[in-house]
Every structure is written in C-alpha cells, then in structure tokens.
Design a protein around this ligand. Sequence first.
Ligand SMILES: [Zn+2]
Length: 374
Amino acid sequence: MHWESDVTYSASGPGPAIRSCPNPTCGWDAWETELYDRDASEFDCPRCGRYRMSGMLIGVLRAGVHDPADERLLPYLSAYAKQASAAGNVPVLDTSNWRDHARAHANTPVAMKLEKLLTAFRTRSSHLGAVIKIVPVDDAPLADAANSEELLVFLGELRRRGDIEWPLAAEPGSANQQVETTREPVTRGRITVQGWGRVEAPLHAGGEPYMAKQLDAFICHAGEDKTAAALPLAERLRAMGYEVWYDNFMIKMGDSLRRKIDEGLVRSRFGVVILSRAFFAKEWPQKELDGLVAREIAGVKVILPVWHGIDAAGVVAKSPTLADRVAARMEEGLDEVVRKIVEVLGPPRGRASRRRDPPDPRRSLRCAIESGSK
Ligand SMILES: [Zn+2]
C-alpha cells in the first residue's frame, strides 16, 4: 500500500467529500458536517484502511467520548479496521460493536503484536532482503500498537531479537526521499533471514517449528543439469564437510524463481544458481533474472551464479545485468568452481567448531580431491 498522494479521503457513492478520517485518533478536524446524517459511509484512510462507519457512531465520536475506558479503546478502532481491510474485508463499525472490536485488539498479548508486525512486513517484502518503508503512524494499527511511539518500541524489540534490520538509511537523493520530507516520518527496514524463517516456517507443511539456518548452500538448477553439474558440485562440497541441498531446488517451467530462492535462503547461507541453456529455456521473466543479481543480505552477496555450457553472449541475451555477475564457469573444471565457491562460503562450520583454528579451505579442497580420486 502506498499513500504518496495528498491526504484527501472521500466517501464512496454520492454525497460530499470529507477531508479527514472520522476516527478521532486519526485527526478529525477537517471533516465536513453533512456526512454524519447518512446511514453509513465508507472511508479509505492510510492509517485505518478501508472501512464503513455508521452515521450514529460518527456522531457519538464527534460529540466526544467521556468514559476513560472508551478513550483508551479509540486507537484500536484503527487496528480493527486496518487489519480487517488488509484481510480483504470492509469492516463496519457502529455504536453496538465498536467497543468489542477495539477491546479485542487492545488486549492482544505483546508477543502476538510482534508477530503481527513481522507478518505485515513479510507481506510487503517482495523478496528476502527487500527494503521496506515503514510509516510508524500509519503502520501502528497493523501491530495493535496504540500509537507510533509504541510501534517504535516494537521495532526495537524485533531488532533486538534479530528479526529485522532497522533503521536503514534512505538512499540519498531518491525520489522517495523527496516525497517523504513532506509526509509523516518514514523509516526503512528489512526482515533478516532469521525473521524470515520465523514468519515463513508456519507456512511449510506440518507447521514445522522455526529452526536456525543449518545449511551452507543450496543449488538451484534445471533438471537437465542435475547429473552434469548440480549433483557433482553438491557431492564435492558435501565431501568437504559442507551442508548442501540440491534436490529441492530443481526448477521447473512455471516455478517462481524468486520464491524458490527465498525458500532456499531461509535455510541456507548461500545459493548457487546454475545458468545454462536448459535454465534459460524456462523462459524466466526478465524481472526474475534481474532480481537474482543484487541479492545481498547484510551487504554480502548471497547468490553465486555458475555458468554451465553457456557463454557471455548467451547470458547477455537473456539478462545483461546477470552477465556482469560471474562466480564461476563449469568449463574451468569442477575443482576451480569448487575453489571459488569455498572462497565465499568460508570453512565448513561443522569442522570449524571442533577445531581451534579454522581449516584452510584449500587444504580441505585437496583432501576432498584425494579422497574423491580413490
Ligand atoms: Zn483513519
């Protein structure tokens, strides 16, 4: 959801336009009086989402709430409305139901508020590592936070847990930055691999609990390249003590490349993508290929392209940006490909933890080659 335009909300259907949201915690100064005679009006507000409010409730709220308990519930009108509209409904608030809805959101346990926030960030992240815009005043209702200050506390807690990186600097001079100077304070963040695992894990079969990443790498490949490239590469790396996955990462026509890569990165530190004629024959949308190039987590490149039976001209034809990122070429020989990958992976972690000094990757490589040649 983007709310770049000037803040002008209008009631749907015939009737006069109003210039602010009827929820008093949203700012109701600018509203026009004709509206509350109508039975129910629909509003679309950056903070509250899309919802309908009965004319009676608008009148009651406008007259002012005097009960302190009701006063405390007011911010949670936005929470109810925004979360229901995010789920695709147009909730209706009237004098008979508003307290119940608001109270339910006010009483959410804090741990669950944090989960709601992380889940909201997941839905607005196009992929793992994506930088997302956070407008605390507008986003507070997503996490059942009473206000933007409380949301900032939640953001700090998610960061402390290691689930998000926040705040991130805005790209200087970007068009967004210009727009933002005239709007509510905007901050940027992104979900870490750990946070991603926490929100994605329940989506996997069996509701398997969240586990820290255990794998060093996965190998994304076309089925045609399994025996010639993916399998030998995986076996060589495994022989050196790395945890490598390849079987789940055979890609088919119609798969979302980005989705597959994100799944792999939840459990793996790096992804190796075998670029070949068979790979490009899957006719990836340009956007998906270009998306592979800049995949970085905390400034570290996490996608390592390996060219297999294809030359620069072949890659350039499909994705000029991808052609600039060569990690290794199978034509240089498996040893060389493995050496380059190991340079990035670092020593196998299982072994490193049992030794005082991390092993020299080259020595490990020699061991692997010797044992492989028996
Ligand atoms: Zn509002």
